[in-house]
Structure formats: C-alpha cells, structure tokens
Design a protein around this ligand. Structure first.
Ligand code: NDP
Length: 240
C-alpha cells in the first residue's frame, strides 16, 4: 500500500485526465478515477486505483465514490476537477440543450466535486483542489461563446473559493490549457465548425499533448503546502 495520499481525478477516461492519472500513479499515489466510460478507466490498469462509473453532474454519485475510496486509502488530499465538454456553436443556431450540457458538466460538475471534498479538507487543514479551466476562461474565441462562458465561470468561482479556503490551508489551483490534442473536439455537432477548428489548429504547428498538461498539474500539486500556484496558463507556443 502506498504511503502517499489519495488523489481523485474526474474525466480520467481519456485525454488530460487519463494522462494525469498515469502521472500521479507513477509517483505512487492511490487514485480514485471517475468517468462514465468505466471500461476506459479500468483499461488503464493502474495500481492502488479504484475506478467508478460516475456522472459528475450527479453529486450523490461523486460522494458515494469518494466515501468508498476514503475507506480504503484514507482522506482525499487532492481533487482534480477535469471532466468537461466543449460543444462549439453560434448563439442563433446551436441546440440550447448543448449549452445546458456544458453548464451542467463544466460548471456544476466542478462545483459538485468541490462540495463533496472541501469540508473534510478544511477540517484536516490540508488539501488541494485543482480545476481544469481553459485559456478560453481568460479570453474568448469564435464559436466558443458558451464554452468560454463556462470556463470564465470556473476561473471566477475558483478564485473566490480559494480566498475562502486559504485560512484553512486548502489550496485552489486553476489550470488553463490552450489547444490540446484529445477527444474534446469530437463532440461538437456542427461539422463546418469542426473543420474550421482543425484548420485553426494547423496554424499552430504543434498543439499541446495531454502529458504536457498532466506535468503542470503534478508540478503544482507537488509544491510544498505553503506554496499555492494559483493559476497555470499553458498554450501551444503559436496559439493566439
Ligand atoms: P476529453 O474529451 O478527452 O476528456 C473529457 C473527459 O471528461 C472524459 O474523460 C469524459 O469521460 C469526461 N466527462 C465528460 N462528461 C462527463 C460527465 N458528465 N461525467 C463524468 N465525466 C465526464 O477532453 P480533454 O482531456 O481535452 O478535456 C479535459 C478538460 O480539459 C476539460 O475540462 C476541457 O474543457 C479542458 N480543456 C481541454 C482543452 C483541449 O484543447 N483539449 C483545452 C483547454 C481545456 P466520459 O465520457 O467517459 O464520461
């Protein structure tokens, strides 16, 4: 059994979350991995790891999974709120149910995770919550209006909750990547927008890889508890 603390990662079934799971496992942390595609979590086959089929829009499901993992590995010391969806579109033509999905997953999903673990962290006076936002939470991009709206929200509430939790020695960290090569774009239903995004991505040369973001997440977590890196913005060098 590892003597390191439990780390919870949402959206670990692909992309950045999967890379973060491998990075934290590599340095010996027991893990709780959450996503809807349980088969993808289990296929990672990481040691000291519990995989649970959880929809982050359901707070009770997160709570039950965290309780199960804490019973086995002890209290959670780090929550990485990574699960997210990007459904690009225009305000007059996009199906509003896509906006609702982004709000539910990207905003409520993150708040749900915070609500499940924060009280315990404040009580123990130790813990770190890392919310994966986006550079699109700092500036807007064409066709990204609602997606950026959800990520600006993540930036805003992370910063305020950080101030509220600081005197309990709980750290809040916003991770804001630019374009990363993952499955994220594949859920956008407007084909012309998908093609335009791919052309834009080509102008950057090389997008980030999931491992680049995972390394930043691990770096921020591994700082001494007195050090809170409040935000990391990392983008492909050529990205606007
Ligand atoms: P992926 O699509 O590869 O991963 C998204 C993850 O979120 C999947 O594991 C998916 O799991 C999970 N997820 C989606 N909806 C839910 C849900 N309702 N409940 C639980 N899990 C869910 O994309 P990325 O790795 O790129 O995205 C990770 C984060 O990084 C997101 O928050 C995204 O906004 C952010 N980001 C990504 C950028 C990029 O260019 N790729 C740039 C900036 C930020 P499953 O489907 O199995 O439930």
């Amino acid at each position: 059994m590892s003597n390191k603390s439990l780390v919870v990662i949402t959206g670990a079934s692909s992309g950045i979350g999967e890379a973060a799971a491998k990075a934290f496992s590599q340095v010996g942390h027991p893990l709780l991995l959450l996503a809807r595609r349980l088969d993808r979590l289990e296929a990672l086959n990481l040691p000291n790891t519990i995989c649970e089929k959880v929809d982050v829009t359901n707070r009770d499901e997160i709570k039950a999974a965290v309780e199960k993992a804490e019973n086995k590995f002890g209290p959670v010391d780090c929550l990485i709120n990574n699960a997210g969806v990007m459904l690009l579109g225009l305000a007059d033509t996009q199906d509003p149910t896509e906006w609702e999905r982004m709000v539910q997953v990207n905003i409520m999903g993150v708040l749900n995770g915070i609500h499940v673990v924060l009280a315990g962290m404040k009580q123990r006076r130790h813990g770190t919550i890392m919310n994966v936002s986006s550079v699109g939470g700092r500036k807007t991009y064409p066709n990204h209006s609602v997606y950026c709206g959800t990520k600006f929200s993540v930036h805003a509430f992370t910063e305020q909750i950080r101030e509220e939790a600081a005197s309990f020695d709980v750290r809040f960290i916003t991770i804001a990547p630019g374009v990363v090569e993952t499955e994220l774009l594949s859920h956008t239903t407007a084909k012309d927008i998908v093609e335009g995004y791919k052309e834009w991505k080509e102008t950057m040369g090389q997008p980030l890889e999931s491992e680049d973001v995972a390394n930043s997440i691990l770096f921020a977590y591994q700082q001494p508890q007195r050090v809170c890196i409040r935000e990391i913005v990392l983008c492909p060098t050529r990205q606007d």
